[in-house]
Design a protein around this ligand. Structure first.
Ligand code: GLY
Length: 133
């Protein structure tokens, strides 16, 4: 595995995640391919394509108050000019009651290198819901 490429991809992915929580549309748009495909809880099981679906949430603004995003145990698989990143994403934030809370999601994000630049082309996000039996 190429350590420099792995580090670059993890830094790009962290920028992407931070742009989401900050509501920073310019950075998100810069890092994503316009044909981005996504499966996420908000899409209710449907594959969404393009940027418009995501823009809606950015227009609502980012997370208010102090927050922090952490990729836990990230794994980077390099497949030529494609990279697959898998990890648990934890977002610490202030909840509606004023207390800190942590939201967890399992994510897979795919990046493609074209013309010497990595672009985010696909992701799948599943919210982690505590279960009991
Ligand atoms: N919902 C936007 C993203 O997770 O990339």
């Amino acid at each position: 595995m190429n350590d420099a490429t792995t580090t670059e991809l993890l830094e790009l992915n962290q920028r992407l995640l931070d742009s989401i929580t900050l509501g920073d549309w310019a950075t998100y748009q810069e890092l994503c391919d316009p044909s981005l495909t996504a499966l996420e809880p908000e899409s209710l099981g449907h594959l969404v394509e393009g940027m418009d679906f995501h823009r809606y949430y950015f227009d609502l603004g980012g997370i208010r108050g102090r927050h922090q995003t952490t990729m836990c145990s990230p794994r980077v698989r390099l497949l030529g000019d494609v990279a697959v990143l898998s990890y648990m994403r934890l977002v610490q934030r202030i909840g509606p009651d004023g207390n800190a809370l942590t939201v967890g999601n399992a994510e897979t994000r795919v990046w493609q290198r074209r013309d010497g630049r990595w672009r985010h082309v696909h992701f799948h996000r599943s919210m982690l819901i505590p279960m009991s039996n």
